[in-house]
Design a protein around this ligand. Sequence first.
Ligand code: CAA
Length: 281
Amino acid sequence: MGFGKVGVVGLGTMGAGIAEVLARGGVETVGVEINDAALERGRSGIEGSTTRAVTRGKLTEEARDQILGRITFSTDFGALADCDLVIEAVPELIALKAKVFAQLDEVCRPDAVLATNTSSLSVTEIAAATSRPESIVGVHFFNPAPVMKLVEVIHSERSRPEFVAAVTELVGDLGKVPVTIGDRAGFVANRLLFGLLGPAAQLAETGVAKEDIDASLKAIGLPMGPLTLMDLIGLDTCLEVLEAVHADSGSPRHEPAGILRKLVDEGSVGRKSGGGFYTYD
Ligand code: CAA
């Protein structure tokens, strides 16, 4: 099965990145947001990202315009009615995801595949919000989606194997590296990665300088230090992932540090809010 037209619900950091990846891959894409302001933020994020690529000489203006021309934007779920695949990328709140999937269940074609970009919630539980749990799969991109190669494709207890295979094929066609795995908290990559990020935040809490923590791991080859990376991911998302993985693993490595909770409570959730462990312009 091919996916000629793909919807993305939620155009925050991840959704906008995923829509860009799809459009760059030649896929007709429909981006849906909850209101005009959020839609405009998503649209300008994609325009900004592709225009930066033009400035860096990685894309011609013509190619950028073609990419942008493949994306239509709407605040109406009805715009997803003829999509072959819809990828949900709204915040990591199970009640919100359940509401979105119940709406998708109503508007999408019966043969459409419905995917969630969740990084920490159970795909099986999300699928239970629909009358067609066999049509739900996980497709977990990494931030920044246009750059990161890995995409985890998650099959729930009920996902139809041919849907999982089709999504895996699409991910490969988009130039990404798909890894197909089962449904468990943190899947594979976040379970491992947050075994490093959790202790980094715990060390910062004990008074170790954040610059030293970051410099140490950059010097052994990571592209960015763990606290800088958490700011990039979003501290709210990091907290959600750590809570979900910790509840499953029970490992002290995954226990969210108090400093992380404090920053999130203050609204300092990383780059997207102008500050987290560090401050940003
Ligand atoms: N959108 C699109 N492209 C971006 C981008 C963004 N937000 N950020 C960087 N890029 C592109 C740049 O345009 C540049 O592209 P070209 O080489 O084609 O010119 C390339 O990435 C490198 O960027 P920079 O030179 O500006 O900066 P850098 O070399 O320091 O790389 C980085 C930046 C790609 C983010 C790199 O530091 C990195 O790989 N960091 C680690 C990121 C990571 O581990 N992500 C996974 C997080 S875990 C997660 O997301 C899962 C979850 O569920 C929480």
